[in-house]
Design a protein around this ligand. Sequence first.
Ligand code: IFM
Length: 449
Amino acid sequence: MSFPAGFRWGVATSAYQIEGAARTDGRGPSTWDTFATVPGAVANGDTGDVAADHYHRWAEDVRLLVDLGVDAYRFSLSWSRILPDGRGRVEQRGLDFYRRLVEALLGKGIEPFITLYHWDLPQALEDEGGWRARDTAHRFADYAALVHESLGDVVRNWTTLNEPYCSSIVGYGEGRHAPGAREGHGALAAAHHLLLGHGLAVRAMRANALAEQEFGIVLNQSPTVPVTDSPADVAAASRQDCLLRRQFTDPLFGAAYPDELTSMFGDITDFSFRHDGDLAVIGEPLDYVGLNYYYRLHVADAPHREPDPAKRTAHDIGVDTTRLPDVPRTGMGWPVEPAGLTTALTDLKARHPDLPPVYVTENGCVYPDVEGFEDAERISYLRDHIGAAAAATGVDLRGYFCWSLLDNFEWAHGYKHRFGLVHVDYETQQRTPRASFHWYRSFISQARR
Ligand code: IFM
């Protein structure tokens, strides 16, 4: 494997998953604070109230990053820590927290990659319609401009959204994530408004940007594979691909929504949320795109769960994704298919030849812990996936971020699944690097030679 000079080696986390301190220093509630208290929404009734207590232990976590030898750290900001009501009143203690973190990273030669939104919408904005409402896109741009004004002197890399598919279709369609809605029109409107908010935010930040600053977005990209070559399964795989990938990548990099999206959902929405001029905003040129990869989706045709289109959610597209191939699986039950990462990268480039430079912004796995945290399976997963990324010929790949630095709150799964290179004992908050931590450190150091 060879990597170009300047290739970034990093790890990633997100605010709600690690920070805890949910009611500290004026932080307002987010949709995940609310959703986590809904009975049955999160395994074991877990919440992000304490998580890995990173808000108080950030200095120790920076020391871990230094020890790991990464030169980049991707993390998200909590919108409601900075704007407790989503707009208006600014909580300076929130901004100060992130400045301390950024300055400590820079002091150690670690480049901060900020993500402005990783799924935790201020609850006050959800109460006004959340991402269903066009106004939320404007509030997001205001928030982005505020943070950029505050941290723009020290932060070079600015990602708007993490995985807008999850914030829209999983949150407002499937209901598995906050805010737990099961809607058709509302979920598709949310997807559009997230993209609009992204474009508005990039424009707002660029208006005051330093020349060296870069702006991008992070997308989850699971290639879809039909389980047979029957026309029905092939069509089902195409619908899945349209919902998960092309709904986002086509307007971002191709200036239009896919016709297939319009025909798939003509029964459940009139798309009245799309306004003239929106595509130009959404298609604002980017400096990079982040790609998150965990697994391929194996898709079979299936009946809609809800036969009445008037009641159908945007997640109900007549596909079955449970028929997995006979390959090893991670502790999440996800098939281990490193070649899917090569395909995800090369597919995106093939569909959009003018694609900006790419980072793999998340990739990682969960396995049950063994004695001494000797996580050999994670090591082989990471090695094989890094190799698969390196094999993506023709893609201008600039870096790789492992998910995740620490064990953390894995959304609806609570704390059951552990993605960390570092084990966290949630009783004591003791951090213990796993074998994969030491492996990644030595891999990075060799890759740089
Ligand atoms: O933990 C999540 C992360 O927040 C977003 N991408 C996928 C990860 C693993 O499920």
